[in-house]
Design a protein around this ligand. Structure first.
Ligand code: SF4
Length: 352
């Protein structure tokens, strides 16, 4: 079978036409593409820690961490390095292979950079893959992070350029693209996606997907989030998105970015098992596990393990030396770790 070509010249019309395919045709196409590039029964599992929570100066209308809205969120200053390293170590000992750290910042302040860089070095020295989301980065900041050993940087586009100023007014779409460019220039891998169900229309979903697919290099990870409506944010009353439209978005992301990990991200708590299984069938092959995903609830970790078992899904491991039993055990241990961990942080599903 010839693998699907990697393209960077998608048009909104083409992507819209994919989104509008009969559902069964779309899922079949997505699953076909998925099987050309991935083991269809493997899902990558990451763990996530908020290293600084709340009081963000940005006004993202979906975000409980924005200082512009009163959501009752408990704020937390930048965590001590020792605490972050202890969390990373515990996660590693229980099977995690990637450790993501998120801070609710517009961009990292000069005074905070040395701490953040040290966090990267120390977490990296544990043998973990590292990922951070810290807001906008200048070229030199991206380079410093890369030099410290940061593997991935998360920076979401959130929605289409056309709809962007309905959601965020404190920065521009171009600011977002510039940071992604700086991350790539520094040689890091990119984690970049968006949020569905914010009142956007079909063209906006198509527009976001086109932006992502037409980046000079597809993001290695593409988180597709379903809006979690948090009381106190401007989007807490927005109409629900049809779940099939969400699944369609995952399927099209899979088709047009065939080699990327498509991450079923925030909003899983509100999805039943059947919908999650449908998302995996549509090509999602990455999740966060744990009781919470930053500030929003995430399905309990043991439910994830049980769902994996019922679907015959294995957690993806980078090291090929692990046997299948070891991989399942790793997830089981990681799940147990999440369950018994007392200090669980309300972190942000940033997107920042
Ligand atoms: S999404 Fe990120 S940048 Fe936006 S308000 Fe929340 S923490 Fe700040």
């Amino acid at each position: 079978m010839t693998a699907t070509a990697i393209r960077h010249d998608w048009t909104v019309q083409e992507v819209r036409a994919l989104l509008e395919l009969p559902f069964n045709d779309l899922i079949f196409k997505a699953q076909t593409v998925h099987r050309e590039h991935f083991d269809p029964n493997e899902v990558q599992v990451s763990t996530l820690l908020s290293i600084k929570t709340g009081a963000c100066p940005e006004d993202c209308k979906y975000c409980p961490q924005s200082g512009h809205y009163n959501t009752g969120l408990e704020k937390e200053k930048l965590l001590e390095i020792e605490r972050v390293v202890a969390e990373a170590k515990a996660a590693r000992e229980k099977g995690a292979s990637r450790f993501c750290m998120g801070a609710a910042w517009r961009s990292p302040a000069k005074k905070d950079m040395p701490y953040v860089l040290d966090m990267v070095r120390q977490v990296k020295s544990l043998g973990l893959e590292t990922c951070m989301t810290l807001g906008m980065l200048k070229e030199e900041q991206a380079q410093e992070l890369a030099d410290a050993g940061l593997d991935y940087y998360n920076h979401n586009l959130d929605t289409s350029e056309k709809y962007y100023n309905h959601i965020i007014t404190t920065r521009t779409y171009q600011d977002r693209l510039d940071t992604l460019d700086n991350v790539r220039k520094a040689g890091m891998k990119v984690c970049c996606g968006g949020i569905m169900g914010m009142g956007e229309d079909l063209d906006d979903r198509a527009g976001l997907l086109v932006q992502l697919a037409n980046l000079p290099q597809h993001p290695e990870s593409v988180p597709v989030n379903m809006l979690v409506k948090v009381e106190g944010t401007p989007l807490d009353q927005v109409d629900d998105l049809d779940p099939f439209d969400f699944i369609r978005t995952i399927a099209v992301a899979r088709i047009i970015m065939p080699e990327s990990h498509v991450r079923l991200s925030a909003g899983r708590e509100n999805m039943n098992e059947q919908m999650q299984a449908m998302c995996f069938l549509a090509g999602a092959n990455s999740i966060f596990y744990g009781e919470k995903l930053l500030t929003t609830a995430n399905p309990e970790a043991d439910r994830d393990r049980e769902l994996f078992r019922r679907l015959g899904i294995r957690p993806e491991q980078r090291e090929q030396s692990h046997t299948e039993e070891e991989q399942v055990e790793a997830l089981t241990d990681a799940v147990e770790y999440e369950r018994t961990r007392h200090m669980f942080y309300d972190a942000t599903r940033e997107s920042a």
